[in-house]
Design a protein around this ligand. Structure first.
Ligand code: TRP
Length: 336
């Protein structure tokens, strides 16, 4: 299929630098496959990040870390566009225009805004309020068809569609109307916390034994798996309701080794947790080893990373500019 016929996928990733095993098994693992079938655009959203206070040197480091980890997970800069949001001015420019097509009431209803403003009471800034409008600009600039995100972002995707439809309605077709692309149930996508298996694995967990980071060293991974919460019944079978901890570990083991859950159950039949938990740990160590090592190498190779994000920004800029020019013309700005 030529690039013209392919659909476009856009995704933004926060430069927190800390991707978890849950992010990997739930989404990132599929990115290399997606890039064969779609035009993929991946953006590290440093402009979104400053809606909450950041330490500048850490933000710079984390931005590059995320980029390096994506490449290490198999995203190919020759096939996909990888870039940093602040390098493509059209994001800020379109966001301004879209601010004028977003209603105060709509933006006030965003639950992420309500949550974040409750959490950062000393810094409820206007950027936090218009965060979803910048996100809409990110998506709409690339005439995006699909946006792979977690369900927590579905309200922002709906708002993006509303803004795009409103603009198209006033000025004739300008933007492709995007759709959210959510992980399907049953794809084994959801990885739970190791310390509280009723909750999703998340890096914002206070207990760091609950999550595995892609950059965790092998001994850290082993320690976290040895401490993983199970139950008092020494049986290694899939039963997400009765045995959430064991089921989560079985699932992780199956995903990490490429075996089915049934094969994993057979392998551990009659064995105890003392043997099971380190085996899962070792499988994850081996799964993550090449990703961590490649990321470390890439981070030492600043020239290469710079080449990737510079070329990415050039390609992104070309596409984004086309949409922005159309928008500027339609709203009545004098051509420059
Ligand atoms: N808001 C998204 C999140 O917190 C990140 C994001 C910014 C994004 N712009 C985007 C995701 C555009 C998808 C498309 O995860």
């Amino acid at each position: 299929m030529s690039d013209k016929q392919k659909k476009t996928i856009f995704s933004g990733v926060q430069p927190s630098g800390k991707l978890t095993l849950g992010n990997y098994l739930g989404a990132i693992r599929n990115f290399p496959i997606l890039q064969e079938e779609y035009n993929c655009v991946y953006c590290v959203v440093d402009m979104h990040a400053i809606t909450v206070r950041q330490d500048p040197p850490s933000l710079r480091r984390s931005t590059l870390e995320v980029l390096a980890q994506y490449i290490a997970c198999g995203l190919d800069p020759e096939k996909s566009i990888l870039f940093i949001q602040s390098h493509v001015p059209a994001h800020a420019e379109l966001a301004w225009v879209l601010n004028c097509y977003t209603m105060f009431g709509e933006a006030s209803r965003m639950t992420q805004f309500k949550d974040k403003s409750a959490k950062h009471t000393d810094n409820v800034n206007v950027g936090l309020f218009s965060y979803p409008v910048l996100m809409a600009a990110d998506i709409l600039l690339y005439q995006t068809d699909l946006v792979p995100v977690g369900v927590d972002q579905s309200q922002h995707i709906e708002l993006t569609r509303d803004i795009a439809n409103r603009f198209n309605g006033v000025y004739s077709d300008t933007f492709t109307i995007p759709e959210g692309y959510y992980p399907k149930a049953g794809e084994g996508a959801k990885v739970m916390s190791l310390s509280d298996p009723e909750r999703k694995m998340s890096k914002s967990d206070e207990n760091e034994n609950g999550y595995i980071l892609l950059m965790d060293q092998p001994e850290v991974i082993m320690r976290k798996f040895k401490r993983a919460v199970t139950d008092s019944e020494a049986r290694i079978v899939m039963d997400p309701v009765g045995k959430p901890g064991v089921s989560n570990l079985l699932q992780i083991y199956a995903l990490a080794t490429g075996k089915t859950v049934a094969e994993a159950e057979n392998e551990f039949a009659g064995k105890g947790y003392g043997e099971f938990k380190p085996a899962v740990g070792e499988a994850v160590v081996e799964l993550l080893r090449p990703i961590r090592e490649t990321t470390e190498d890439l981070l030492k190779n600043k020239d290469y990373l710079e080449k990737v994000y510079t070329e990415g920004a050039q390609k992104a800029n070309y596409l984004a500019r086309k949409t922005l020019d159309k928008v500027y013309r339609k709203v009545g700005f004098v051509a420059r």
